[in-house]
Design a protein around this ligand. Structure first.
Ligand code: ADP
Length: 301
């Protein structure tokens, strides 16, 4: 097969592993920088151009679209979909998962366990919003944050009010969330490929840090997840419409609660912690599922 990996940087661990895994299985693979793609979007014969030539004959693409380029990156994925090229994660699903508010609403609608979460535009009723989500301690999150940046713990109602007002003063959109203290600065990353959790790891925040992100100095170790955690991860990926997803779960007193569903999960931490060939499993999934024209939206979304 001819596979395109939409990634800004060939040297990233995840991109590199996907290239390796595809080549090992005898596929032709090319890393395509989505920001260097350009296209005539009104043409009756949709195409994507790159470095002076049309990209032709691709059987599948693997989008690895960074949060900072979601807007343009998903437009490029959509164009491939219009060409009938199979995308392992479709543009609509990527867009959904990037919006934390939309994700929480979609997951809540289907009864997935979530921390109690609130949202407001105006700061006029901040006191009431704080009450609505059960009062401090609360976690306040920027909607567009990643890697734990913009995630703040407020231990008192006063602190929560100040942080909410500060963020809103900067016109930043935020979520206000119940703090799951019993999770003990640990979360579980489940790597979903198709309808399987193919690898999982537990991440622990560094000393004195409630955020377990590896980018914030957290460490990872292998873990056996419970059947409930497994089904929560699978259902969450399915609700978002993602074939490949990193589902982050906290162990709360009221069962597993989902933090986030990531559409371009990093492979570095999870492959090392689980000793699984996740990149290989993604390529294998594509081998089994990629067909010309097999996109659920055909770029409609
Ligand atoms: P990001 O997308 O920036 O990683 P997350 O929402 O995943 O943001 O939060 C980062 C980390 O902070 C999580 O992995 C988790 O360890 C911790 N965290 C986030 N929300 C809560 C919460 N409501 N209760 C306890 N810990 C939380």
């Amino acid at each position: 097969m001819k596979i395109g990996i939409l990634s800004r940087n060939q040297l990233l661990y995840s991109t590199n592993r996907l290239v390796e895994a595809a080549q090992e299985r005898g596929h032709e693979v090319r890393v395509i920088d989505p920001l260097l793609c350009y296209m005539n979007i009104t043409s009756h014969h949709p195409s994507v151009n790159y470095k002076g030539e049309p990209l032709e004959g691709y059987n599948a693409i693997i989008p690895r679209i960074g949060a900072s380029i979601t807007f343009y990156g998903t437009a490029v994925v959509r164009q491939f979909e219009m060409m009938g090229t199979y995308s392992v994660n479709e543009s609509v699903a990527i867009t959904r998962s990037r919006d934390k508010l939309r994700s929480v609403q979609l997951l809540a609608r289907k009864g997935i366990g979530l921390p109690v979460t609130g949202f407001a535009h105006s700061t006029k009723y901040t006191n009431d919003l704080i009450k609505l989500v059960g009062g401090a301690p609360l976690v306040i999150k920027m909607l567009e944050g990643t890697q734990g940046i913009g995630v703040v713990l407020a231990e008192t109602n006063n602190a929560a009010e100040s942080v909410i007002e500060a963020f809103r003063g900067l016109k930043t959109n935020i979520l206000v969330q119940e703090f799951i203290r019993e999770a003990g600065a640990k979360d579980i990353r489940c790597l979903v490929v198709g309808n399987k959790v193919v690898a999982s790891m537990m991440r622990t925040g560094k000393e004195g840090e409630f955020r377990s992100n590896l980018h914030r100095g957290g460490t990872s170790q292998p873990i056996r997840i419970t059947p409930e955690e497994r089904s929560t991860a699978l259902r969450s990926a399915k609700i978002m419409g993602l074939n490949v997803a990193g589902v982050d779960i906290l162990r709360s007193n009221h069962g597993p609660v989902v933090m986030e569903v990531n559409s371009s999960p990093g492979l570095d931490g999870i492959e090392k912690a689980s000793k699984k060939d996740v990149a290989g499993m993604i390529i294998e999934f594509i081998e089994k599922n990629a067909r010309q024209g097999k996109t659920s939206t055909r770029g409609r979304g």
